[in-house]
Write a protein that binds this ligand. Structure first.
Ligand code: FEO
Length: 162
C-alpha cells in the first residue's frame, strides 16, 4: 500500500510529466510555424517520452494499490522569441523536473518507502539524459549564433530522432 504523502506527490508528478508533454508539443507547433521541421520532430518525440514518464508513475501508483488522481493540466506558452529561447526554456524546465524527482526521492527516504526509492532510480538516470540532450542542443545553438546555414544543418540532424 502506498503512503498518502507519497501518493499525493506522485500524483503531482503525473501532472508535471503531462504538462511537460504539453509544453514540448507546444514547442513542436512553434517550430512547425517557423519551418524548422527537424526541431519540431525532436520536440514531438520529446512530448511522447514525457507521456511515457507520466504513464510509468501512473502504473506504479496502481501497482502499489494506490489511487491515481488526475488534475487540471496548465496551458503551456505558445510562442518563443527564437529557437535559442525555446531550448533555454527546455533546459530550465528539465532542471526543474530533476528537482521534483529529487524531492520525491527525499520523501521516499523520509517515509522509509524502499520500493518507491528503488522505482525512482530509473528517473534519476533519465533526468541526467534529459538535461544532457537539451543542453547539447542549447550549446550548439549558442555556437551557431546568427549563422543560418548552421541552424539548417542542426535542423536536419534533429529530424532523425525517432
Ligand atoms: Fe519527464 Fe523531461 O522529464
Amino acid at each position: 500500500m502506498l503512503n498518502k504523502k507519497i501518493q499525493d506527490t506522485i500524483n503531482t508528478q503525473i501532472n508535471a510529466e503531462t504538462y511537460s508533454a504539453y509544453l514540448y508539443l507546444s514547442m513542436s507547433a512553434y517550430f512547425e510555424s517557423i519551418n524548422l521541421k527537424g526541431f519540431a520532430n525532436w520536440m514531438r518525440v520529446q512530448a511522447q517520452e514525457e507521456l511515457v514518464h507520466a504513464m510509468k508513475f501512473y502504473d506504479y501508483v496502481n501497482g502499489r494499490g494506490g489511487r491515481v488522481v488526475l488534475r487540471m493540466v496548465e496551458g503551456p506558452p505558445s510562442e518563443w522569441n527564437s529557437p535559442l529561447a525555446a531550448l533555454e526554456h527546455t533546459y530550465r524546465h528539465e532542471q526543474k523536473v530533476t528537482g521534483m524527482i529529487y524531492n520525491l526521492v527525499n520523501l521516499a527516504i523520509e517515509e522509509r518507502d524502499h520500493a518507491t526509492h528503488s522505482f525512482l532510480q530509473w528517473f534519476i538516470s533519465e533526468q541526467v539524459e534529459e538535461e544532457a540532450s537539451a543542453n547539447e542542443i542549447l550549446q550548439k545553438l549558442k555556437l551557431l549564433g546568427d549563422a543560418p546555414g548552421g541552424l539548417f544543418m542542426l535542423d536536419r540532424d534533429l529530424a532523425t530522432r525517432e
